[in-house]
Write a protein that binds this ligand. Structure first.
Ligand code: DAH
Length: 348
């Protein structure tokens, strides 16, 4: 009896092993005849049980039948598998078990990434993120920011004027905003101090395009107005921004500068990442890279927006966005950002 038991388990092992190696329908048929056919070893084995005593016959009979059922099942499976394989190969069936093709997932544009990173830093310092119109009145873009029509700084901001009738009765003319600063005035008109906002957005200048100039680029504006705001708040806030964005190890330089809508005005630069202040091609030999304009909001700007400049004061700043990834990654042509070339965009 142990002999027959052994035979059953050997038979099972060899049947399964052989089946596993089959790849043709013809081989499969041979396997079926060999293991399940009328003259198969299994049939022979079952027949030989007849001569055994009843007890053993029952036990071994059951074991052989279990094996038979199992072999029939694995045969069916294999047959199905081979048949499917043929159909797939012939293009008549799709193999649903294949893993899917990965769907190309996009990501944020590098400029959007920088914008949201900067917005997050200021939001963490209590600034609200707001957006404003890209089509603007000259009144907000210039006049309310203390840039009267004859002011020379209008020349620095070559403007796209819109071909539409002036707003009556004011006579305001429509343009594509040349900076995000008009949102300072729009916000102060709407909300009473304390005001703390950052304004990410696109700006437009009527300029010839080259490696460092675009007719459309991106800025983020900042404004804080409250009682008792001083230059110390301006410096503290912008130094903290630079520390968080560029890292604590980059030195920051602050110098006076002129913008009509601030007094005093300032410019902030950070230590060049490449030469660390020594002077190189990237920073034009100065060791510093200018990243933003800023200043204390001009009293005339506050008054024009309906805020009492004897009670309130504020600071403002404007950051050019494209420059930041350009300097960070050593990108030498600003046009790459808007060329729609995936070879460029996929690197970020
Ligand atoms: N609006 C200026 C520009 O586009 C940048 C700027 C400078 C914004 C100083 C400010 C500021 O808020 O205080 O060149």
């Amino acid at each position: 009896m142990p002999d027959i038991k052994q035979q059953i388990s050997e038979l099972r092992a060899s049947a399964l092993k052989e089946l596993d190696g089959l790849s043709q329908a013809k081989e499969l048929e041979e396997w079926r005849i060999g293991y399940l056919g009328k003259k198969s070893r299994l049939t022979e084995l079952l027949r030989s049980l007849a001569s055994l005593p009843i007890e053993e016959r029952r036990e071994l009979g059951q074991a052989s039948n279990v094996l038979k059922t199992e072999l029939e099942a694995v045969f069916k499976n294999k047959e199905h598998q081979l048949r499917c394989g043929e159909l797939v190969a012939a293009g008549e069936m799709m193999d649903v078990t294949l893993p899917g093709r990965p769907f190309p997932a996009g990501h944020l544009h590098p400029v959007s990434q920088v914008l949201s990173e900067i917005s997050d830093i200021f939001a963490g310092m209590g600034f609200q993120v707001v957006e404003g119109p890209e089509v603007e009145w000259d009144s907000y873009n210039f006049d309310a920011l203390n840039i009267p029509p004859e002011h020379p700084s209008r020349d620095n901001m070559a403007t796209f004027w819109l071909d539409s009738p002036p707003k009556e009765p004011e006579g305001w003319r429509m343009l594509l905003r040349t900076h995000t600063s008009p949102m300072q005035v729009r916000t102060m008109e709407q909300v009473a101090p304390p005001v703390r906002i950052v304004v990410p957005g696109r700006v437009f200048r009527y300029e010839a395009t080259d490696a460092t100039h675009l007719a459309m680029f991106t800025q983020i504006e900042g404004l804080a107005v409250d009682r008792g705001i001083s230059m110390a708040d301006l410096k503290g806030t912008l130094f903290e921004f630079a520390r968080r964005f560029f890292g604590a190890d980059r030195a920051v330089r602050f110098r006076t500068d002129f913008f009509p809508f601030v007094e005093p005005g300032a410019e902030m630069a950070i230590e060049c990442a490449v030469c660390r202040g020594g002077g190189c091609r990237l920073c034009g030999g100065s060791g510093w890279i200018e990243i933003l304009g800023a200043g204390m909001v001009h009293p005339r700007v506050l008054e024009r927006a309906g805020i009492d400049s004897t009670v309130y004061s504020g600071f403002a700043f404007g950051i050019g966005i494209e420059r930041i990834p350009m300097l960070h990654y050593g990108i030498d042509d600003i046009r790459l950002f808007y060329s729609g070339d995936l070879r460029f965009l996929k690197q970020f």
